[in-house]
Design a binder for this molecule. Structure first.
Ligand SMILES: Nc1nc2c(ncn2[C@@H]2O[C@H](COP(=O)(O)OP(=O)(O)OP(=O)(O)O)[C@@H](O)[C@H]2O)c(=O)[nH]1
Ligand SMILES: [Mg+2]
Ligand SMILES: [Zn+2]
Length: 344
C-alpha cells in the first residue's frame, strides 16, 4: 500500500473507498471499453490501458482495477454486478459493476410497458442495487402529459420502487434525480430513444453526451449511444452515472428469489395457500388465485409475475440441466418455509 496515497483523494468522487490493493498497485476505475483498450480514471487523470483477456473476471464499466505501471493486474472485488442474459448465447452479460442505483428510464412519449419495468427492477434487485423509475420527457410538446400517467397505480404495480418525473430538456425534476444519484454509482437502463443520454447530459452539465432524435412514426430511438460510459457528476459530493445503449430485449439472468422480491404482494398471498409448493395455477385452496378472483390482486401483476417466472425457469434450464432441478427444489422450499412461518 505504498501507493502515492496523497493522490487518491482525486478518486473519492468516483467512489474510491480504500479497498485493499496488491502491494505496489494503484486503483483505477473503468469508464468505457474501447476495443482492446479500457478507458480508466486513476489518481492522476483519465488514461487508456490495454485490456487483458487473461484477467478473470473480465473487466466491465464501473469496475475498480489494480494497475501496475499501466498494466491491469487485478479486478478488485465487486460490491455488486448488474447483468443481463444475452439474447444470442448462453451466459450473462455484465452491464456494470459496483452499482448502487438503477434508473429505469421510460419515455412519456410512448406507452409504459410494465413487463419491461418489472424486468429491469428484477435485474437491479438481483444485483443488490436500488431500482428507481424515471419517467422522462414530461410535458414535451406532443408527449403524454405526466398528469395523464397514473403514478399512484405505477407505484402500486412496482412496490417499493420510487417514481420520479423529469423533463431533461425543460429542466424539470432534475433536482430529485440528482439527490438520488449524488455520491453513488448509478446506471441508466431503458429503450433506445427514452432520453437516457439527454438526462445524463443534463445531470453532468454539458453536451458531451451524444443524443439522437426519435423516429416520428413509432417514437422508437435510433440506438444513438453505442457503448456504456461512466460520467462524473459535478456535485461536490461526487458520484458517477453510467449511460448505456438502449437494449432491445432486457434479458433476464437471475434467480426466483429476486423475482419474488419484486412481487412482494404475491408472496404475501402465497403464504396462505393450502399447499406449500402451490404453483398458483389450478391447485385447490390457492390464496393467490383467490386474491385474483376477489380483485385484491392485480391481474396484470399476476400475469407479469407468471411471465417472469417462466423466463427465469427457462434461463435456468438453458444454463445448466442441474439448475432447473435446483430451481424446482428451491421453489418448493421457499413456499414451504412461508407455510411453516404461517403455521408457527
Ligand atoms: N421533448 C423532450 N424530448 C426529449 C427529452 N429528453 C430526450 N428527448 C429527446 O428524445 C430523443 C432521444 O433522446 P436520447 O437521450 O438520445 O435517448 P437515449 O435513451 O439515450 O437513446 P439511445 O442512446 O438510442 O439508447 C432526442 O431527440 C432527445 O432530444 C425531454 O425531456 N423532452
Ligand atoms: Mg443514448
Ligand atoms: Zn397458490
Amino acid at each position: 500500500l505504498a501507493t502515492s496515497l496523497s493522490l487518491l483523494p482525486a478518486l473519492l468522487p468516483y467512489g474510491w473507498n480504500d479497498q485493499p490493493l496488491p502491494a505496489g498497485a494503484e486503483p483505477a476505475r473503468v469508464i468505457r471499453h474501447d476495443g482492446a483498450h479500457l478507458l480508466v480514471v486513476r489518481a492522476d487523470g483519465v488514461t487508456s490501458v490495454r485490456n487483458r483477456i487473461d484477467i478473470d473476471p473480465a473487466p466491465t464499466v464501473g469496475d475498480w482495477l489494480a494497475l501496475e505501471n499501466d498494466r491491469v493486474v487485478a479486478v478488485l472485488p465487486r460490491r455488486s454486478l448488474l447483468r443481463r442474459e444475452r439474447a444470442d448465447e448462453n451466459g450473462a452479460q455484465a452491464l456494470a459493476a459496483n452499482v448502487d442505483i438503477v434508473l429505469i428510464a421510460c419515455g412519456l412519449d410512448r406507452p409504459l410497458r410494465p413487463g419491461r419495468i418489472d424486468r429491469a427492477v428484477t435485474i437491479a434487485r438481483d444485483a443488490g442495487a436500488t431500482p428507481v423509475i424515471v419517467l422522462t420527457k414530461s410535458g414535451a410538446p406532443g408527449d403524454t402529459d405526466a398528469a395523464a400517467v397514473d403514478i399512484p397505480r405505477l407505484e402500486l404495480q412496482h412496490p417499493g420502487v420510487r417514481v420520479l418525473v423529469t423533463s431533461a430538456l425543460e429542466g424539470v425534476g432534475l433536482d430529485a434525480v440528482l439527490e438520488t444519484v449524488v455520491g453513488r454509482t448509478s446506471v441508466l437502463l431503458g429503450e433506445s430513444g427514452a432520453g437516457k443520454s439527454t438526462l445524463v447530459g443534463a445531470l453532468v452539465g454539458h453536451k458531451r453526451v451524444a443524443t439522437g432524435a426519435v423516429r416520428d412514426t413509432d417514437a422508437k430511438g435510433r440506438h444513438t449511444t453505442t457503448s456504456r460510459q461512466l460520467y462524473l457528476l459535478p456535485s461536490e459530493h461526487g458520484g458517477v452515472i453510467i449511460d448505456t445503449p438502449g437494449i432491445r430485449a432486457v434479458g433476464l439472468f437471475t434467480d426466483r428469489t429476486a423475482v419474488d422480491a419484486s412481487f412482494s404482494e404475491i408472496q404475501a398471498f402465497a403464504a396462505a395457500c393450502r399447499f406449500g409448493d402451490c404453483a398458483h395455477e389450478s391447485e385447490p385452496g390457492c390464496a393467490v388465485r383467490a386474491a385474483l378472483d376477489d380483485g385484491e390482486l392485480d391481474r396484470d401483476r399476476y400475469d407479469a409475475w407468471r411471465h417472469l417466472q417462466r423466463e427465469v425457469a427457462s434461463a435456468a434450464r438453458r444454463s445448466s440441466p442441474h439448475a432447473a432441478h435446483e430451481y424446482a427444489r428451491q421453489f418448493g422450499r421457499v413456499a414451504k418455509d412461508a407455510l411453516k412461518r404461517r403455521r408457527d
